[in-house]
Design a protein around this ligand. Sequence first.
Ligand code: PMP
Length: 398
Amino acid sequence: MKKLFANRVLNNDTSDLDNIFKNSANPANISFAGGFPDVDLFPATDLKRAYQDAIDHDGPAIFQYQSTQGLPALRQKLAQRMASHAGVMTTADNVMLTQGGQQAIDLVAKLLLNRGDSMVVEGPTYMGALAAFDTYEPTYYEVPVDNHGMNIQKLRQTLQAHPEIKLIYTVPDFHNPTGTTLTAKRRQEMVALANQYDVIILEDSPYRDLRYSGKSVPAIKHYDTEGRVIFISSFSKILSPALRTGWIVADDEIMHELIGLKSAIDVQSPNITLAAINAYLDHHDIDEHIKTINQAYRVKRDAMLKALDKYMPNNSHYTRPAGGFFIWVTLPAGMDANQLLTNVVLPQAHVAYVPAACQFASRQVKNAFRLNFTSLDPETITTGIKRLGGLLQTKLAV
Ligand code: PMP
């Protein structure tokens, strides 16, 4: 059958990743591999009420087709939130609701990328974004991430060397997978470079509100002077991923095309869910909810960092994120985190992580891995890192 498949799926080998997640699901293992919120922190009762309220309030009309762009009242709230929480002045007309941030990435890729078109991604980057971009067969240029986000010097060199680049994809807040945050200065520099080289920036920021320490930085779009930054975010990490609701903020010309593309894919996001989220926001202070989850996630992050400090060999290092879901661990050069996972870590320590390679467009970096700290309780985190660190102490002994 494969010979009938389109090229876009043929180099899409997810078998390594499928195996990791299969092993993660085994209850005998402690999995730091997934990127899941803590199920106990979902406001389940409030959301149930919100669906009920939305149906009661709107009557039968809630079951009708609605606009592709999504419920105006919810877009209005998000436009206001963009101003108060991200420093982005926008209007409801410049917000579109999508089925998660994932659909938003796909829509932007579909808008911009012809086969072979050049784009910049961080190295490493969010593997789900690579999966979405791969479908459009772009040419990737990888720009490294350091403790302050994307390395702007390297970005400048890349844009100079490849003026045909059309798009920069970045996760500036509590980056998936390294947890680092782009500084305000670098955000301004990135926009200046995008203006200079006529590039669009896709700012993917689903972790923005999950800050456990330090001060918030304005969105990259805050610095946008030419309408070339597309901002996307999601309710997945702050309310629930099952809502499958994210949003795009874009200027008129781009928004117009994105609406057309979404209409062709799914006509609209489920209106009942959008109305339920809108009702939730009417009746609850979502910032109070976010404060509650941030307190819980801060404890988990601290537990993981403390365990890493105590148990990891000193020839490996790791990031210390101020928020988000992930910590990135770098092993000595020459180590292969994927082989280590399959041959040693899973069978002997019964711990899972996501190895580096599938999180790089180039697949070239192997001596690192991603740890998630949000889905498990602090005791399990400590036990898992103790087992992982103890094993690595013996394997990485110099
Ligand atoms: N962007 C990033 C950086 C992510 O980490 C995720 C989810 N893990 C998404 C987008 C997509 O999330 P969703 O579709 O659930 O909003």
